[in-house]
Write a protein that binds this ligand. Structure first.
Ligand code: NAP
Length: 499
């Protein structure tokens, strides 16, 4: 058994790859125009499968950031007055354009982020779905009319856009994490400045071009790419010009941003890290549990906040489960995401590869057995093979730290109480997965797990129509679903005297 490595060096980009990259604007999007950064600063975007440069994009300075926020502020009032239908139509046009261009967008994403083309296509469709979903939600922003309890006065309750927003996204889902914020912001009538991760700016820049073509007015979405995130974003947070920050990224950075936001009492949405337990009871359908584990672990090479981080398997089935999981994970083909048949791309960069290697080495030093994988692949690129570890000590670092890579640690359990306690023994609370054929147990355990989301007999929970988000240190607020738009709306009550 063993992962098929296909890490042949790529000397140059194909003509099509060159064309797709060349078509993307490389500047900052400020007030509807693509502009250079101050002093023409730029940074390189690298191909994680080779470590070689793909393109150079603008590196914004703090004053570029300020101009972008001023453009958002200037556009806010008129955008708030647009009709819900106008905003919905823009989102629907962008949704359709994303589907028309899905092949080019997927290739672009694979080149800068590394995920296999099939996964990148899946993400483009998922990302576009947020636009379609929030196009509908724009039309459903509602209010209320009520008689005061003592009679006389009337309450009119209405919802208004929060105002200019700052949006910060990570590299792991470079398009979907953007549309999950931009979609509800536009639907609600908010303008924004978005800062994508420096590893994957091209996907966001391509999205910006689509939004302009779809008829989005100038200044409504501004895009600031930069290497010095704190230098550019902190003054914007502290400026008093923005009214909200929506952030997706690590818990550590989220905490820093919350402190900064407190100074201006900004509304915040925080989609932070996870440490998802994946629980398999002895009455589960093992075929379904293994395929659910494959999805929960291998989606995005394990580089997902929802990735199964700790696999608790009942002691009576753990050996069989581990054998089947190792067989399936070990047979996946690893290589450049653009190559046919590749199911596992590279990790995002050298530090990510180093971190996964260290976590596995630590678990092995504490007694874990390697059922498949276990060593980083030689370069070029930042590959780490799908790895299954059994007999993992509860003291191993990967029990408490987000792995963010294709590593599945297996831990046996005996009783329901014991596994629920272990699953909840973490400051995180994003998602948990439970496999069982006992409906009462499924609901009982589902209710006891301290997480914002639970997958019952399913290994993927993300859906634009469902409220996505975590509890504890996994975040604040929800994205998607019917309530996703509320994150970008303020409730206003107008009292009317009837005397
Ligand atoms: P990260 O290091 O927290 O970075 C996320 C974004 O924040 C990047 O654009 C980053 O830019 C920026 N950033 C970092 N420090 C900043 C600062 N002081 N001020 C302003 N912006 C700052 O996270 P990551 O490594 O990119 O992403 C992985 C993390 O995201 C994982 O923990 C994962 O669980 C989490 N995530 C959560 C969800 C969810 O929905 N809950 C979804 C996806 C990912 P720079 O890189 O330039 O610093």
């Amino acid at each position: 058994m063993g992962t098929t490595a296909q890490t042949n060096p790529v000397e140059r980009l194909s003509d099509r790859e060159e064309r797709v990259i060349a078509a993307v604007p490389k500047g900052l999007l400020i007030d509807g125009t693509w502009v250079d950064a101050e002093r023409e600063g730029a940074f390189e975007v690298l191909d994680p499968s080779t470590g070689l440069p793909l393109a150079s994009v603008a590196d914004a300075t703090p004053s570029d950031g300020r101009r972008a926020l001023e453009a958002a502020v200037a556009a806010q009032q008129s955008f708030a007055l647009t009709s819900p239908r106008e905003r919905a139509d823009i989102l629907m046009r962008a949704f359709e354009m994303m589907h028309e261009r899905i092949e080019d967008l997927a290739l672009l994403m694979t080149l800068e982020m590394g995920k296999p083309l099939a996964d990148a296509r899946g993400e483009v469709a998922y990302a576009a779905e947020f636009f379609r979903h929030f196009a509908s939600e724009a039309l459903r922003i509602n209010g209320g009319y009520q008689t005061a309890p003592a009679g006389g006065a009337r309450f009119l309750i209405t919802k208004q856009p929060v105002g200019p927003c700052l949006l910060i996204t990570p590299w792991n889902f470079p398009m979907a994490m953007g549309t999950r914020k931009i979609g509800p912001a536009i639907a609600a009538g908010c303008t924004s400045v978005i800062k994508p991760a420096p590893q994957t700016p091209l996907s966001m820049l391509a999205l910006g071009a689509i939004l302009l073509e779809a008829g989005l007015p100038a200044g409504v979405v501004n895009i600031v790419t930069c290497l010095q995130a704190n230098d550019v974003m902190e003054p914007l947070i502290r400026s008093g010009l923005a009214r909200k920050l929506s952030f997706t990224g690590s818990t550590q950075v989220g905490k820093t941003l919350l402190e900064q936001c407190a100074q201006r009492v900004l509304r915040t949405s925080m989609e932070l890290g996870g440490n998802a337990p994946f629980i398999v009871f002895d009455d589960a359908d093992l075929d379904e549990a293994v395929s659910g584990a494959m999805a929960a672990k291998m989606r995005n090479m394990g580089e997902a906040c929802t990735a199964a981080n700790r696999m608790y398997v009942h002691e009576s089935v753990i050996e069989e489960f581990g054998r089947r999981l190792a067989e399936q994970m070990g047979s996946l083909s690893m290589g450049r995401g653009t190559d046919d048949g590749v199911a596992v791309g590279p990790l995002i960069d050298a530090p990510a590869q180093q971190k996964v290697s260290e976590l596995v080495a630590d678990a092995v030093a504490l007694g874990a057995d390697v059922l498949t994988g276990g060593e980083p692949a030689p370069g070029p690129g930042y590959f780490y093979p799908p790895t299954v570890l059994s007999g993992v000590s509860r003291r191993a670092r990967l029990m408490t730290e987000e792995i963010f890579g294709p590593v599945a640690p297996l831990i046996p359990f005996t009783t329901e109480d014991e596994v629920v306690t272990a699953a909840n023994d973490t400051p995180y609370g994003l998602v948990a997965y439970v496999y069982t054929n006992d409906l009462r147990r499924a609901l009982r355990v589902g209710e006891r797990l301290e997480s914002g989301m639970v997958g019952l007999n399913q290994g993927v929970v993300s859906n634009p129509a469902a409220p996505f988000g975590g509890v504890k240190e996994s975040g604040l607020g929800r994205e998607g679903g019917a309530i996703g738009i509320d994150e970008f709306l303020e409730v206003k009550y107008i009292g009317l005297a009837m005397r």
